[in-house]
Design a binder for this molecule. Sequence first.
Ligand code: UFG
Length: 318
Amino acid sequence: MKLLVTGGAGYVGSVVTALLLKEGHEVTVLDDLSTGHRDAVPDGARLVVADLHEASDVLDPSVEAVLHFAGKSLVSESVRSPGLYWRTNVSGTLALLEAALCHGVRRLVFSSSAATYGEPASRAPLRETDPAVPTNPYGATKLAADHLLESWSQAYGLGAVSLRYFNVAGAFLGFGERHETETHLVPNLLKVAAGESEHARVFGTDYPTPDGTAVRDYLHVADLADAHLRALEHVRPGAFRVHNLGTGGGHSVREVIEAVRRVTGRPVPVVDSPRRPGDPAVLVAANDRARRELGWEPVRTLDRTVADAWEFARREER
Ligand code: UFG
């Protein structure tokens, strides 16, 4: 297929672009390089450096589908600078949808987030039908974009699939995570293992979980990328569908620290710290819908995820 990938210079966008190219698709990447990296765009993809609001200049009727990754994704930044989040994640998505409508592009796969659910009412795995009550502007803008897609689907027959990612980590096909401001647990722990930071911080040790630290559903980016290809095959004009993407199992922060020690064979000193404001105790995906409807099955373990992230981080260093 001839595809447009927005945000293809970012972490997940670059991995999915590499997989799409490997599968024989033709890819144009639209990225403003505000957080992405030019050299993260896989060879074989055409890069257009532009803002989402300029999508109309980049799209044309020969594009068969859009994979929309471009967006701002830091919770704390969204609290400090909500305008940036509403402008990029919502106004930018609206501009993209208007361009798609104008050029007759009828299929879109969207990069959404578990942040749309906010603080879950229970610790049971989250279903797509559970209430979505975001607790920060990042989650609110991702949910607003979901609503935008749904209304576009109903009014104009857009086919859209919104993929709600839980905690993504790891690397695949030579592409991985390279955030300037790194807030995520796995890369922060790997920096300690590599000797680049003295210690990592454990945010919260008094959660109502077995070891007191927060539990998350860590998904290998290769399994995540596979779900995007399946979504692309399943997306049908006129239909809008949300899918949770997670393994269905949770690991505590302490378990992830142990995995990093085990995989790297390095010491990883940690300092217990207060909770990070707004972090729920447990966030785990119920992934039955993606399994059933997309035929998706996440297969990689936490150790494999950490090992691939470690290999990528080491390669970046050389
Ligand atoms: N954590 C630490 N130390 C760190 C970093 C994180 O203890 O240095 C803890 C966090 O408090 C949390 C867990 O590790 O309990 C995972 O934190 P991440 O920052 O890696 O990921 P989040 O669960 O906060 O964020 C993910 C996505 C976001 C999304 C959010 C929804 O990365 O995009 O889930 O809640 F918004």
